[in-house]
Design a protein around this ligand. Structure first.
Ligand SMILES: [Zn+2]
Length: 136
């Protein structure tokens, strides 16, 4: 923000908003919360990740993911999370879904395969028959 300016850029949608605004009138984001979140994220960097991996504590993050999904379910959301990991040449994708109806839906394994293909960088046509997706 330039000195004397009465506007600044929203950190989420990048539109010009009043410099004293607490929320963005365009995207509705809470500017103060967004700043706090950004500051929190900056605490977690490559060093943090290396330390966590070194001590074999990655499972703690997965527990946090599990807890987050549980909280979202309680709030009425239906979250689904795909996490792909790669060890040596082997890549695997886990699907995290709490809702039992969503979990057992036949489209979930297809979505998992699609996500794996996206991670691998394979371009898929939308009209690709589902049978072929299982062959990828
Ligand atoms: Zn905005």
């Amino acid at each position: 923000m330039a000195p004397g300016s009465t506007t600044r850029q929203c950190s989420a949608c990048y539109k010009e908003i009043g410099s004293a605004s607490k929320t963005c009138k365009y995207c509705g984001i809470n500017i103060i919360q967004k700043k706090n979140l950004k500051a929190q994220k900056e605490k977690f960097d490559d060093q943090w990740a290396a330390k966590l991996k070194k001590h074999g504590n990655s499972h703690k993050i997965m527990n946090c993911v599990d807890l987050l999904l549980h909280k979202l379910e309680l709030l009425g959301f239906s979250p689904m999370l795909f996490i792909t990991t790669q060890r040596c040449q082997h890549r695997s994708t886990k699907v995290f879904v709490k809702n039992i109806n969503v979990q057992s839906h036949p489209s979930v394994p297809v979505m998992q395969r699609l996500y794996e293909a996206v991670v691998r960088g394979i371009y898929l046509y939308v009209h690709l028959p589902i049978k072929k997706l299982f062959l990828l």
